[in-house]
Design a binder for this molecule. Structure first.
Ligand SMILES: *Cc1c(COP(=O)(O)O)cnc(C)c1O
Length: 462
């Protein structure tokens, strides 16, 4: 009985077992490549030619589909974990985290509620606790893992606004707090969150070291009326330059004026685990909310952002979705991760990170982060020593921004294109204050001093 389609696709047959072996072989081979090829992008036309008709009414079978991916599509994806991929913010998962992602996929876990995913949610919360301890957040802190910093920031700001509005209503204040204060160094996702929320992003000037400080913040808040703001966003490691804002003075002003203090550590938050830079984050422990992306500098695969609140009840009040079919979940005191962010259904995306933390131990994380910082310091030293390049700014963390003396924007682009063409490195130009610059984002512990020296050498040629 049953339709033949169901039997073919949903039953575990000898063919399925064979496919399973092929997929595990592929995954194991991919993870063992050292180094993995950088590979190239391709055009839609090129991909149409090899994969355009792949979806058919009959299906081509798993082995053929895997072959199509392996031989064509995979080669048209850059390897973000290549040691010389230094653009944007790379992702260099531990082998354990990357492999365990397969297990999460195979396990059909619903990690939105405790009722359905208790084991996974428990483990994720342990990993969150490790991060909360690094940030010095209190015992009651909690939250969840979301897709990325963009959703993490949006979710934190939604909780901040709901809290400010509830407080304003309680004090019968007519004000409807609608503003967020941040600097031009804050990530584009803050502006995007304000767009989504129809909030106004009020810029605060940077100090000489390109940081947000309490003094500049207080000036703006008092000028505009502190009651019109529902959040201040400080960045612990800006994406373009790696700047850590003066968190301590910003925290003090937020405390004084009663405004939610959000710290965006999507990239830089991982540095909390590194003793050599830990003191630069003083004040982070006073935050109302905090994010860090384990898919950036904590060696987890895409996509994974840890979102933490000092008082999770405030986030729950803002985010819990109510519907008759969900009452059975909401009417319990259980910890349901979905109540702390935008979104309902969720993958246990914190589990690969948890697995790797348990397997490797937290000391290995500290050592790996320190290793990347050490290579970043080497890069800064080399740039200071070589006459044809100069630092835009002494790095706080592992982002190193610098200029090639005498180069036009076209020179940077040609150099960058050439590096990829020759499969030597992937380093795209960035800009600062209208000037085109070069930038290394070093989060891969396999990136070596030799890699850095070779890329700097390539800027001197010709
Ligand atoms: C990367 C980044 C984000 C956005 O995170 P996604 O995971 O890409 O959504 C936000 N803030 C900072 C500081 C970042 O570096």
């Amino acid at each position: 009985m049953g339709c033949p389609y169901t039997r073919r696709v949903h039953r575990f047959t000898e063919d399925t077992a064979e496919l399973g072996r092929s997929i595990l072989r592929y995954a194991a081979e991919r993870l063992s490549l050292d180094p993995v090829p950088l590979d190239f992008s391709r055009t839609v036309e090129e991909l149409d030619a090899v994969a355009g008709g792949a979806i058919s009414s009959e299906g081509i079978g798993g082995q053929s589909a895997l072959r199509l991916f392996e031989e064509e599509l995979a080669l048209a994806c850059l390897s973000i974990d290549h040691p010389r991929y230094l653009s944007f913010i790379p992702c260099a998962p531990t082998r354990e985290a990357a492999m365990f992602d397969l297990v999460v996929g195979a396990s059909s876990i619903y990690a939105g509620s405790w009722l359905e995913g208790a084991g996974a949610v428990y483990a994720e919360n342990q990993a969150l606790r490790w991060i909360a301890d690094l940030a010095g957040m209190p015992e009651g802190a909690g939250g969840g893992f979301v897709q990325g910093g963009t959703i993490g920031n949006l979710s934190a700001l939604v909780a901040a606004r709901a809290t400010a509005r509830a407080n304003a209503a309680r004090s019968r204040d007519d004000a409807r707090p609608y503003r967020v204060a941040a600097t031009a160094g804050s990530h584009s996702s803050i502006a995007s969150a304000c767009e989504v929320m129809d909030a106004e992003l009020m810029p605060v000037r940077l100090d000489a070291q390109l940081r947000l400080t309490g003094d500049a913040l207080r000036e703006v808040l008092l000028r505009e009326g502190p009651e019109t703001f529902f959040a201040v966003v400080a960045t612990a490691g800006t994406t373009n330059l790696g700047v850590i804002d003066d968190l301590e003075s910003v925290a003090a002003v937020c405390q004084e004026l009663g405004i939610w203090f959000h710290v965006d550590g999507a990239y830089g938050g991982a540095g909390l685990a590194a003793p050599s830079v830990r003191d630069r984050y003083k004040g982070v422990e006073q935050c109302d909310s905090f994010i860090v992306d384990p898919h950036k500098w904590l060696f987890a695969p895409f996509d994974c952002c840890a979102l933490l609140y000092r008082d999770p009840a405030l986030a729950r009040a803002a985010h819990t979705q109510h519907a008759s079919y969900l009452d059975v979940l909401n009417e319990t005191p259980d910890w349901n991760p979905t109540d702390y962010s935008v979104g309902l259904t969720r993958r246990a995306r914190g589990l690969p990170f948890w697995f790797s933390l348990v397997a490797n131990g937290t000391d290995a994380y500290t050592a790996a982060i320190e290793q990347t910082l050490e290579v970043a310091r080497y890069a800064a030293d080399q740039i200071n020593q070589r006459p044809y390049v100069e630092l835009v700014r002494e790095p706080d963390l592992s982002v190193v921004a610098f200029r090639r003396v005498g180069w036009s924007p076209q020179d940077y682009q040609q150099w960058s294109d050439g590096l990829l063409q020759r499969q030597e490195a992937f380093v795209v130009p960035s800009s600062h204050d209208g000037e085109t610059i070069a930038r290394f984002a070093i989060v891969n512990p396999n990136t070596t001093r030799e890699d850095i020296a070779a890329i700097l050498d390539s800027m001197n040629a010709a």
